[in-house]
Design a protein around this ligand. Structure first.
Ligand SMILES: [Fe+2]
Length: 486
């Protein structure tokens, strides 16, 4: 809150509290001892207790909607007990709801937002009662009409004052606030009017004891709803933690590739291009979405193991000797080992481990053949070899896309799976030069895509949270959305 907003809000709260206090004094002066006569005092006490229990069981969810049955005792007080008792029940409920607020000012505003609407609702009912001669000891259309009017006045005043308060406190346009609150407001109004009139009819026919009996199952359902919402919040926290964990995982792997790129500038560019070809090949082959995502990530991280390869070997211009080849041959295993420790990458680790294996067993590090090699690793091998051949390397110049495809086709069925060679050839056919030589993307672009995919892997938690939310939504049979607060 800015100092200007603070000042205006303070003035508004002071005015609202003063109006409530003055109205209470005026009503008490006007009604005198009638205000709390006879059995009404017992009823007032019971309604206050019911309002407190309703507030204790209130559940806040979706950040701004509170589910509480406290409006029902307030409505009964507005209709059957009059303005002063209605204000007292509203004040008890409001103060109980607000005592946890760290700001006295906001607590006072929210409490006044229970009391002021209750006063206006009770006065509206009173004027109708006078003009229509509404009896309070039996159910008549006039009684129900008066109750509905009191509920509508209460809800509209509450929404209106909350909008003004939010504007004064935070500068948010009341029109926007009211538009955003319209859904919860209409639900609240419909429930307060519907359930409230039923409770009012019961009170008129059978008195306060029957109302208490009715409130027992209402509170039980509200308690169940509270448990469901807590469960949902727990799942929400779990989902956030999972997302953070997945983010951390991919962030860690990306940091390793960036580290590798600082040793060998070619690597990050190469990984990005291979990831792009892998994704497009997986999609063209009609693979399941999860497999395409794993393939894309594997492309992005397939040379991670080269972090452990000496710089002299990575940048060597001449032929590699036997020892140097050995250190190169270790990189699929090293990369797979790092990834296997990260739970989100276990399926990716397998692809990385086999990406230099060849159909005829001439690859490394295991010399695996044909069916021993995962299909995704065979796809990655084609994309990897194609981009390696079409890139300038310290020991040779780049081949053209046409020449590289010729080499791949020559080896199709021997070292590379023919179907995957043709899939890549089909994809490249109508693409521009930037795509063909892998410069149409970069590591950060592909990294972002991988990050989004990993987020989606957390969807299982989201689905569980959604299921709990649905259960919670369906499990609030008699709850009434309550007074809006700032
Ligand atoms: Fe590799």
């Amino acid at each position: 809150m800015t100092p200007e907003h603070q000042r205006r809000f303070t003035a508004f709260v002071a005015a609202e509290v003063a109006v409530c206090a003055a109205a209470l004094v005026l009503v008490l002066l006007r009604e005198g001892s009638d205000a709390f006569a006879g059995t009404r005092l017992v009823d007032l006490l019971v309604l206050c207790i019911l309002a407190i229990i309703a507030e204790v069981l209130a559940v806040e969810f979706a950040d701004r909607v509170t589910v509480t049955a406290a409006n029902l005792p307030i409505l009964l007080a507005m209709v059957f007990l009059g303005p002063a008792p209605a204000m007292i029940v509203a004040a008890v409920a409001g103060l109980w709801a607000c005592w946890r607020e760290s700001s006295v000012q906001i607590a006072a505003f929210n409490a006044a937002n229970y009391v002021f609407p209750a006063l206006l609702g009770a006065l509206a009912f009173q004027s109708l009662q006078t003009s229509l001669a509404i009896p309070l000891d039996r159910v008549t259309p006039q009684l129900l009409l008066g109750g509905a009017v009191a509920a509508v006045v209460y809800e509209f005043t509450n929404l209106g004052a909350a909008g003004v308060g939010v504007y004064l406190a935070y500068g948010r346009q009341p029109r926007v606030y009211w538009r955003d609150e319209l859904g919860p407001f209409l639900r609240s109004l419909a429930l307060l009017t519907g359930v409230g009139l039923m409770v009012a009819a019961l009170y008129a026919l059978a008195g306060i004891v029957a109302v208490v009996v009715l409130f027992l199952p209402l509170f039980a359902s509200q308690y169940t709803f509270q448990l469901l919402v807590r469960e949902k919040q727990h799942l929400g926290r779990q989902k956030r933690l999972t997302e953070q964990y997945l983010e951390m995982n991919i962030g860690l792997a990306a940091a390793m590739i960036v580290l590798l790129d600082s040793k060998d500038h070619y690597t990050a560019r190469h990984c990005a291009a291979v990831a792009m070809y892998c994704r497009d090949m997986g999609t063209a082959l009609g693979l399941p979405e999860a497999q395409v995502e794993a393939l894309h990530l594997a492309g992005l991280l397939h040379d991670l193991g080269k972090v452990g390869t000496p710089d002299a070997v990575l940048g060597k211009e001449g032929r590699l000797d036997e020892v140097e080849w050995e250190s190169i041959h270790e990189h699929p295993m090293k990369g797979a080992e790092v990834l296997s420790h990260l739970v989100a990458y276990r399926d990716v680790a397998d692809i990385v481990q086999y990406h230099h294996e060849r159909l005829d067993g001439s690859g490394y590090p295991l010399g695996a053949r044909g069916g021993e090699i995962p299909e995704s690793a065979k796809i990655l091998a084609v994309a990897d070899s194609y981009h390696a051949m079409t890139s300038d390397r310290p020991y040779r110049h780049a081949m053209s896309s046409f020449e590289a495809l010729k080499v791949l086709r020559y080896n199709a069925g021997k070292t590379y799976e023919a179907l995957y060679v043709e899939t890549l050839a089909q994809i490249l056919r109508d693409k521009d030069l930037a795509y063909r030589d892998g410069t149409s993307t970069d590591f950060m672009d592909e990294y972002e895509r991988g990050r989004v995919s990993l987020r989606l892997r957390g969807a299982v938690f989201e689905a569980a949270a959604e299921a709990a939310a649905d259960a919670a939504d369906g499990g609030a049979p008699a709850a009434v959305t309550g007074t809006r607060s700032v």
